[in-house]
Structures are given as structure tokens and as C-alpha cells.
Ligand binder design. Sequence first.
Ligand SMILES: *[C@@H]1O[C@H](CO)[C@@H](O)[C@H](O)[C@H]1NC(C)=O
Ligand SMILES: *[C@@H]1O[C@H](CO)[C@@H](O)[C@H](O)[C@H]1NC(C)=O
Ligand SMILES: *[C@@H]1O[C@H](CO)[C@@H](O)[C@H](O)[C@H]1NC(C)=O
Ligand SMILES: *[C@@H]1O[C@H](CO)[C@@H](O)[C@H](O)[C@H]1NC(C)=O
Ligand SMILES: *[C@@H]1O[C@H](CO)[C@@H](O)[C@H](O)[C@H]1NC(C)=O
Length: 648
Amino acid sequence: MDSKGDIENVNLLSNSLVKRNKTRWAIGATLVFLLLQCVVSGPQLLLSPLFTPTSQAPPVGMDSDLASGISWFACPDVTEFDCAFFSVPLSYATPVPDERVSLALRRYPATAPKDQYLGTLFTNPGGPGGSGTAYLVERGPALSKILSGRYDILSWDPRGVNMTTPPLGCYTTDFAEFLQEFKQTQLGLPMSPHYTLANDTLSPGAAAAQAGADEWYLRTDAYYQATVSSCAKNGNSKILSAVSTAHVVQDIRSMLFALGEEDVGLNYWGFSYGTILGATFSAMFPELLHRVLLDGVSDSVTYTRDMYTWGKSGMNDTHLVWEGFLKECAAAGPTRCALAGEGRSAEDIETLVWELEERLLAHPMPVAYTGLNSGILTASDVRLAIFAALYKPFAWPSLAKALAAAISGDGGPLIDMNGFQSLDERRDRDPLDNVFHRYMARPLSKPVGSPLSTEAIMCSDTLRSALLPPGATEPNQTYFRQWAEELALQSPTGENWARWIGRCRWWNVTAAEVYRGPWTKEEGLRKTKFPVVFFSMDADPVTPLSAATSMASGFGKDSATLVINRGYGHCSIAHPSMCVAKTMRAYFFDGVVPEWGTTCTSDPGQLFPDSSVLSQGEHVPHVASMTAEDVEIWEALQTLASSEHNMW
Ligand SMILES: *[C@@H]1O[C@H](CO)[C@@H](O)[C@H](O)[C@H]1NC(C)=O
Ligand SMILES: *[C@@H]1O[C@H](CO)[C@@H](O)[C@H](O)[C@H]1NC(C)=O
Ligand SMILES: *[C@@H]1O[C@H](CO)[C@@H](O)[C@H](O)[C@H]1NC(C)=O
Ligand SMILES: *[C@@H]1O[C@H](CO)[C@@H](O)[C@H](O)[C@H]1NC(C)=O
Ligand SMILES: *[C@@H]1O[C@H](CO)[C@@H](O)[C@H](O)[C@H]1NC(C)=O
């Protein structure tokens, strides 16, 4: 972040931000809510009062729009993209003529010659709650290059997200929502070093943190209730109950029909939560699949039925990534990793980091205004920064630098990593004041959209009873504490995850339509028209290999296959592999279904890269021997890996 250049012009008066050209606050703490979670209260599992999956019949309530298709126009913000607003029924189960949702769509048109053209590829960045229209601007061209420009790459803001309307309406402006979120980030994490240190002796700082933890649980739980109350009081109850993944799946189907591609079927590349969306589509409309790639697989079974178990198992491989960071840092040495030292082992580096945390637990570090952030650096900040960086090895060198700076007494870089990265988008303003002249949310933090959108979708999808004991009406530190501590035991970043899952404890909006299974052949899952590719890294901080294996097995070998990459981070693009890119191209271009268990490895030279090599544009040694086409693919992969936005 080139924060320095911004300093003199940022005019920050007490708490209110005075406008400035380039103002954007990103809250890293918010940032760290990559994946998703939440709920619907309801007695039964499995198929709720959905629709009957009637194969090829046009989607209900769509007739007039289908006839006219989708009217694309050049996007007013970035004109090489096409934009469209597409109307769908609020409810598919019981459509009412005047009750509609207007989906915001964006597409990056195919660049290949007509005879190479393969149709539309739908893509979703995850969340839930990620803005597809925003993500496509940043990622669309690179995704297109990986697929040689043969698809129109389409994404959209799902219901409850950004420019798709009506908005949730819980807050009048996103600034008001931001202030509410900001309060939560100030609560930090309870931090249970007791559970992560090598032995059970509590340092003075740790003991103090333990004592403060109950207070934290109670306040955080009350915070969740306050959020739900804001929706109960001000929100648009119709849209709040119509944002579940089952609704979004039917929106995809509507778009597919409107594009006239229902006979070919759905082409889709979904990341993270986008894999839950894709798996749900595949389960609900197996006869409509063409090429479906689920990249960074999250477990739909536990996500929809037991969010607590989902969170716990989602952390299954987090420690592998952390260990990878330490090991690679030690191997890179002090010139490439700021935490390394002559002869310093991975264990030595880890000890340095935990010692920093312990010191911060006892003595939070004052940080002078950096130009963007100021305040105190806490142990919680350390843990949050680590969690965010585990998603993306590209961020490892900066994490190491920020940690090293904090260890030597300068908390600025670390507080900036977690804090506002710019002030541009964090000011109160009219949500209609934009080039689209249409409701638009500004990102609460740089890489992600609105935590409330996440909450509304994820909490609609899951069963709330798994998080809240029957009859509970008040914030309860005991219950919350039990599973937060269990998650902390599970993974060094488990508390952060517990905080996200917790958002669903009090979410009491019941989704009109949900899908919670069948998820396996045994439960009655139907065979897909073409096999789905489930892809996983073998060390991913939030979507472990075990989730991909179990989801693919549930679909069965007729309907699915499993591809694994040995590498670090969240989703294939975090730590690129030409082998993976080629496997995916063969699948998308020629329908080559990779053999179950096909295993690739990330290309060398990408972890703590040698910056002298980087500055010559030679990211890895083997680029020199690549064909021109491969170099293009490789460069697109590097663009994705270095993109500031995490996939979540
Ligand atoms: C246990 O951890 C504490 C705090 O980190 C340390 O001071 C102590 O020496 C450790 N004890 C043993 C037996 O390793
Ligand atoms: C949901 O919870 C909020 C906050 O406790 C409350 O104000 C609201 O009445 C509840 N709504 C329903 C439908 O129970
Ligand atoms: C976690 O991963 C291990 C293998 O690394 C596997 O045996 C175990 O079943 C996984 N746990 C869950 C809950 O998926
Ligand atoms: C909403 O979409 C617009 C246009 O795609 C984008 O500029 C903006 O950042 C998005 N907002 C969020 C919260 O993602
Ligand atoms: C809080 O949760 C604990 C453990 O589930 C339970 O025993 C207790 O009764 C709860 N207290 C309240 C006030 O609901």
C-alpha cells in the first residue's frame, strides 16, 4: 500500500472523514472473513419446500424476460465490459407479479475468433456476499486469458449483494453499516494463547486475556443480536428472506435460459463459497450441467446442516499453511524473508511470533498515525494478519516484514495490514451517487464486500439450531465460549472463524426456500449430465482437502472427479500451477475429465521469491523455456495470484 503519498491530503477530523480523492478504508479485521456461514431456523433437514426440479421447463415467472433475453450495454464504469440488469421473481416458489429482484450482471466478452467460441462461463468469487460485478473487473480478463478468450466470462451480484436490488435495507447507508462493523473489529479476538502455546503455563499476558475472554464472548454475542435487530427493525423483510443459495441457483438457471444456453448447459467456475453455490446448482439441476469446476471446495453438507462442524472441519488444514509459511521463510533466509535469520529454524521463527503476541497481550503497542491508521496494536491484530495472509502466499513476504517490524517495535506496517488501506470509499454518501445511478454498496474492506450480505446469505442457508440451544433468548458467553475455544484448539486461527460462525447465532430470518440436501448418491442425489470437477489445494487455510474429497465422494464417480494440487493458499489461483491450468483447459475446451485423484504441484520459485529475479520479469526459472501461449497463461496466473483481492 503506498500509504505515504496519501498522507498529506487525508483530512481526518476526529472520527469523521472529510472527503478526499482517494479515500478507502479497509478493515483487515473485516477482511478476515473470507469464507462464509449462517442459517434458517426450521425443523427439517433436506429438501425444503422448494420447487420440483422439472428439468427443461422454463423457470417460473420468467416468460416475458426470457423472450427478450438479456439486454447488454457497455458498462459506464469500465467500458470494455458489458453490463445488464436482469429481472427475476423474488420468489420462485410463489411468484407475485410485482415482486421482482433486479440482478446486476457484468461480462467480459470472449476475445477468441468465432469458430473457437464456447459460450458463457458463469463465475462466482465466493463469500457468500462477494460482489461478482466488482470481482469481474479485476479478475475477468485474467480468467479469460487462462481460457484463451474462448468464453464470455459472466458474473453478477447475487441477491442481497451490492447493485442487485432491492437492497437488504438494514442500514440507510453503507457508511452506517461500516460504523457498526467497525465497532466489532475493535472488540478483536479473545485470544486464547493458552490453547496454542506449547505448554499450559499461562504467561501474565495470557492470564489477563483469559480473564477478559468472558467479557468478549458476551459483548460479541450481543453485537450479533444488535445486527439482527437492525435488520428486524429497518430491513426489507421480503428480500431478507429471499437471498438463500437456493434462490441464487434458480437465478443462475434463469440467466442460462435467457442466454439461450439451456440446451448446452451450465459452464461454471466457482471459488470458495462459489463451490457451495455450484454444488447446490449441480444437486438441484443435474440435467443442466455442462462444465462445472468447483475450486477450493467447501463442505456443503455441514454448511447447510451444522455450521459449527463446518467451521471446525474447515480449519482442518490451516496449520499446514502456517507451517509452510514458517518453513519456507526459514529456507528463504533473511534476504527474502524478513523474519528469517542466519541459522534460524522454522521453530525459532514461530517462537518469535508467539512471543510477540504474548508481549502484546500484556502490553498493547501504541502506534502513531501512519497516514491511514493509528491506535494500538494487539495480539489479536497479529492473529488476524496471519489468517488473512495464509490465503495467499503472495502476501507472505509482506506479512513477514510487518511481523518483523512489530517485533522491533514498529507496529505501523502490521496495523496497516489489518486496518484501512485507503480512505476513499469510507465516507457517508448517497448510495445512488455513482455512474450507474443505481443503488451501490462500497466495500467495507478492500477485498470483501458487506459482512451483512455474507451473514444474510450464509445464515439463511444453514440450520440455526446447531449454534443456538433451544429456547435461548439472551447472549450467552458460556455456550459461545465452549465452541470458540474448541475452534481455537483446532487451529491457530480458529477464534477468528468462530467469530464468523457466531454471526448466525441470532439470525432469525427464515429463508423462503433452502436446499440442504440430498448431498450424496445414498441420500438420493441424481446423476449429473457431465462430471463436476472438485479441485483442492492440499494445504488450504479454509477449504481443506478433506472437504473436496468428501464432496466429490458424495457425488460419486459418475457425477464427479477430484483434482488435487500440492500447494499453499486458498483456491488454485493462490499458488499457480501450469499443470492445473492445463488440466482445467482440457476439461473446459474438450471435455477431458481428469482421472479421479489427478495430482499437480505448484510451480517452483513463487514462495518468498527472489526479488532480483522478479524485477527482470522472470517469475520462475522455467518461464524461459515456455511456449508463447504458455507464457500468456502463466502471466494471467500471476496476475490472479498477486491480485489484492482474496478469493473467499
Ligand atoms: C511453558 O511456557 C512458558 C511461557 O511460554 C515458559 O515460560 C515456560 O518455560 C514453559 N515451560 C516448559 C516446561 O516448557
Ligand atoms: C429477531 O431477533 C430480533 C433481535 O433479537 C428481534 O428484534 C426480532 O423481533 C426477531 N424476529 C423474529 C421474527 O423473531
Ligand atoms: C482432517 O484431515 C485428516 C487428514 O489430514 C482426516 O483424516 C480427517 O478426517 C479430517 N477431518 C475432518 C473433520 O474432515
Ligand atoms: C459494487 O459494484 C461496483 C461495480 O461493479 C463496484 O465498483 C463496487 O466496489 C461494488 N461494491 C462492493 C461492496 O463490492
Ligand atoms: C448458557 O449456556 C449454557 C451452556 O449451554 C447453559 O447451561 C446456560 O443455561 C445458558 N444460560 C442462559 C442464560 O441461557
